[in-house]
Ligand binder design. Structure first.
Ligand code: ZN
Ligand code: ZN
Length: 346
């Protein structure tokens, strides 16, 4: 089978390779990948800004159908439509693992970075990681379960958005657009903040329910801007989803005194921001890292009930052999979610 692999650490070192199809161990299944999304993390992996254990097949957001079931696996049959949690293994005995926070395990081995991932026709998965895709959810949408689960964890559990909150979000990419929808479902008023490269994405944010969309390029007085938007002294909660340093600084100015700041995007390097504002405004600052298991059934339910729209986020589809073109589109932020389709005919 073809697979997109990180072959060695260092910038790039990514190529398509021919590999033997994998075989399921006793507690594992093999799934045939229907759709696999390109994530910001994959771009960081390409640039070597994210830890990997090469050679390894990349890709961690996917959906597919079970094709083989290991001999000790119960409850799962070939043909079932599935997606899966991304932690192939965690140590199980470190403090975060014991506290039910396996996303923080230092020994975590995730698919797509330390274990073979979803940019291939077939993927091996521990059966305990599987989730059934509800009938109401098509497989392309189901490939967005992972980013939605990360956002459910970040927005609902970590940032704890509440009804009546004024929320400002930077970065109208897939995570930002999911965060926007979750904040709306939770009863917040939301401003999606972007720059002059984001006009189409800001339009989409409007369609997906943003109360306000703002292009902050060249705005000198952000304080007035947010006061005008929310008719308040600032946002109660700001969420940084772009992974761009200037966006973090923008949000420090948009958040009200005594407000909350949540970081979801990865910068890939240290950034410059005026951290004194954290003190002066007495902010509560949180970060969020991947997802926990409790976020997955919620993500699938929110999609099945149509409360969160993911279909509009899928803007591009590519074959595995066109992976470099797909990566370029993702890098240039031309679309929103770009899917690789290992079995489709293009
Ligand atoms: Zn991802
Ligand atoms: Zn652990």
């Amino acid at each position: 089978m073809l697979a997109i692999r990180k072959l060695a650490r260092g910038v790039a070192n990514v190529a398509v390779e021919e590999l033997p199809a994998p075989v399921a161990g006793p507690e594992e299944v093999v799934a045939e990948v229907d759709s696999a999304g390109i994530c910001g993390t994959d771009l960081h992996i390409y640039l070597d800004e994210f830890e990997t254990a090469p050679p390894v097949t990349i890709g961690h957001e996917f959906s597919g159908r079970i094709v083989e079931v290991g001999k000790s696996v119960r409850d799962w049959q070939p043909g079932e439509r599935v997606t899966a949690g991304t932690y192939f293994s965690t140590c199980g005995h470190c403090r975060p693992c014991r506290e039910g926070r396996p996303n923080l395990c230092p020994e975590r081995q995730s698919i797509g970075s330390k274990r073979d991932g979803a940019f291939a026709r077939f993927i091996v998965l521990p059966a305990k990681n599987l989730y059934r895709v509800p009938d109401e959810v098509d497989l392309e949408s189901a490939a967005l379960t992972e980013p939605l689960a990360c956002t459910v964890h970040g927005i609902l559990s970590v940032a704890k958005v509440q009804a009546g909150d004024n929320v400002a979000i930077t970065g109208p990419g897939p995570i930002g657009l999911l965060a926007l929808q979750l904040a709306k479902v939770a009863g917040a008023t939301v401003a999606m903040v972007g720059t002059d490269v984001d006009h189409e994405r800001l339009e989409l944010a409007k369609e997906l329910g943003a109360d306000h969309t703002v292009d902050v390029t060249g705005s000198s007085n952000l304080q007035t801007l947010v006061q005008d938007l929310f008719h308040a002294e600032g946002a109660d909660l700001v969420v940084e989803c772009s992974g761009a340093g200037p966006a973090a600084d923008t949000l420090l100015r948009l958040v009200r005194r005594g407000g909350r700041f949540c970081q979801m995007g990865l910068f890939g390097r240290p950034i410059n921001w005026n951290q004194d504002l954290v003190c002066y405004k007495e902010l509560t600052v949180t970060g969020t890292n991947a997802s926990v298991a409790s976020a997955w059934p919620r993500a699938l339910k929110l999609m099945a009930e149509g409360r969160i729209q993911v279909r509009q986020l899928v803007t591009h589809r590519f074959s595995l052999t066109a992976w470099d073109q797909a990566l370029k589109v993702a890098q240039m932020k031309q679309g929103v979610k770009i899917l690789l389709k290992p079995t489709a005919d293009f």
